[in-house]
Unconditional design. Structure first.
Length: 481
């Protein structure tokens, strides 16, 4: 196990707290999540903040949690009543009987008010794992083509987001975080060699948590100042991701029933993130919405809760996986969210969900029936997916047919698939057949999406290469809002 990677966040040296990450909320607020080593659930987390870095004159407190196998405690503190589009400074701590050792002073900018007509820019990515010796690197994995690994000296998407974070109002990650469930593959392939002499399940379980700690150390380098909004993917569900492993010492299979509960049922995803779900009437970190400037962004969950009796998409991973909320809760919520939009104030509506139901490699049985009728009925402008580890720009589509207007005031939602941020397994190969609905497909390049809303009628989507910020595909959508 590579212990030296565990708690490398700089703030941890001066404080008990580290891994700060932010999410904007619909009620002029910010949700602040951060962690501390070990079990500190008995202590109260606090955030001090203010508009003057030398006078953090306001304070908020919150709650702490820790799941069974975690190496650290998650602390969640809501901050409310912020002025819009204002720079704030903050520091975090946990109050140990009156002793609250503050982190370094950090900063963020609060959300722009709905209706603001200034140009508005944000980033969207999918399928980003940990970078370095526990994930994507110049060496991993040796079994794939060269294009699926980082070249020597090549900048990763993680580093690109750290470098470019100040360009964006927020950064959205559309599912598949860390790829801790690759632990078994990395161990059995010999990629991770410095591991304890324990059972394979124990090795996997410990490596899983180490990967998560490293990942949140890495993402906090942008998420502590630029809000980081996330959705669920299939790699958050289960330690083994449904794959079969056999312990080489005992020749016994690793059984799902033997996996610790802390590494099943999306546990780390529920615990670690602090999305604006309750503030938007959503559920957990699974479906939520925010409204800022000219856009309403709605995150949906393509893994479970598809409504109308549709089974969770990947029930082969964990046969015991059930829907997370009441029947039809997500679908009813989505319709209500779409109904509520005042397009005079908020002209653009964008929906994100991990798995695509259109494209050259669709992988979401039931999602089209569950979601598409509502997206079309309420005039959603853009739908963004990940899951497929390449970039594909599709046409605006309604019920399997491309809108004849293409990007010139289409009635149908425009679809983009991009899961090319990078993880241990790198990137996917070119599909055998390209969908007739596809308008551009780029394979073998790590990158992410940049959305620029120019005004109420024009939006530009660009695919940005992570290694050097080159814009290699860009199209502008016109809508007569």
């Amino acid at each position: 196990m590579i212990k030296s990677l565990l708690f490398s966040a700089s703030a941890a040296a001066a404080s008990l707290t580290y891994q700060q990450r932010l999410a904007i909320t619909p009620d002029n607020g910010v949700n602040v999540a951060f962690n501390s080593k070990g079990n500190n659930t008995m202590y109260t987390p606090r955030v001090v903040y203010g508009s003057d870095s030398n006078n953090l004159d306001k304070e908020a407190s919150g709650d702490s949690s820790m799941y069974q196998t975690s190496l650290s405690t998650t602390h969640k503190v809501p901050i409310r009543g912020l002025d819009p589009d204002t720079q704030y400074f903050y520091a975090t701590c946990i109050d140990k009987d009156g002793d609250c050792s503050l982190s370094d002073t950090l900063s963020f900018k609060s959300a722009v008010s709905p209706g603001c007509t200034h140009e508005f820019k944000f980033a969207v990515l999918g399928d980003m794992g940990v970078m370095g010796p526990l994930g994507l690197s110049t060496e991993a994995p040796s079994s794939v083509e060269d294009y699926a690994r980082l070249d020597e000296g090549e900048r990763s998407t993680m580093k690109a987001l750290i470098d470019n974070k100040d360009k964006y109002q927020f950064i959205i990650h559309n599912g598949d975080h860390a790829y801790a469930d690759d632990a078994g593959k990395e161990i059995t392939a010999g990629y991770i060699k410095d591991i304890p002499d324990e059972s394979l399940l124990q090795q996997m379980s410990e490596t899983y948590e180490t990967i998560l700690e490293t990942y949140f150390n890495q993402t906090s380098q942008f998420a502590r100042s630029t809000p980081y909004l996330v959705g669920p993917g299939n790699h958050e569900q289960l330690l083994t991701e449904g794959k079969e492993y056999t312990d080489p010492e005992t020749n016994e299979p690793v059984l799902i029933d033997d996996i610790p509960q802390g590494q099943r049922n999306f546990t780390f995803y529920k615990d670690r993130f602090f999305m604006p779900s309750s503030e938007s009437g959503g559920f957990g970190n699974f479906w939520w919405s925010v409204e800022a400037g000219p856009v309403k962004y709605i995150q949906i969950n393509t893994e479970t809760d598809l409504g109308n009796g549709i089974a969770p998409v990947d029930d082969k991973q964990d046969p015991e996986q059930q829907d997370l909320a009441a029947p039809n809760a997500q679908i009813d919520w989505l319709e209500e969210q779409l109904k509520q939009v005042n397009r005079d104030v908020t002209p653009w509506v964008i929906v994100g969900g991990h798995r695509p139901w259109y494209g050259s490699l669709p992988d979401c049985d039931g999602c089209k029936d569950a979601f598409e009728p509502l997206l079309t009925k309420y005039g959603v402008d853009l739908v963004m997916h990940g899951h497929i580890h390449l970039y594909e720009r599709l046409a605006p589509i309604n019920n399997g047919t491309a809108d004849a207007n293409e990007l010139n005031n289409p009635a149908a939602p425009w679809y983009i698939v991009n899961g090319a941020a990078g993880h241990y397994d790198g990137l996917d190969g070119m599909p055998d057949e390209v969908s007739p609905l596809s308008r551009q497909i780029i394979q073998g390049v790590f990158g992410y999406d940049e959305i620029t809303i120019h005004n109420r009628t024009h939006l530009t989507h660009s695919f940005i290469t992570s290694k050097n910020d080159t814009l290699i595909d860009s199209q502008t959508l016109y809508k007569a809002h």
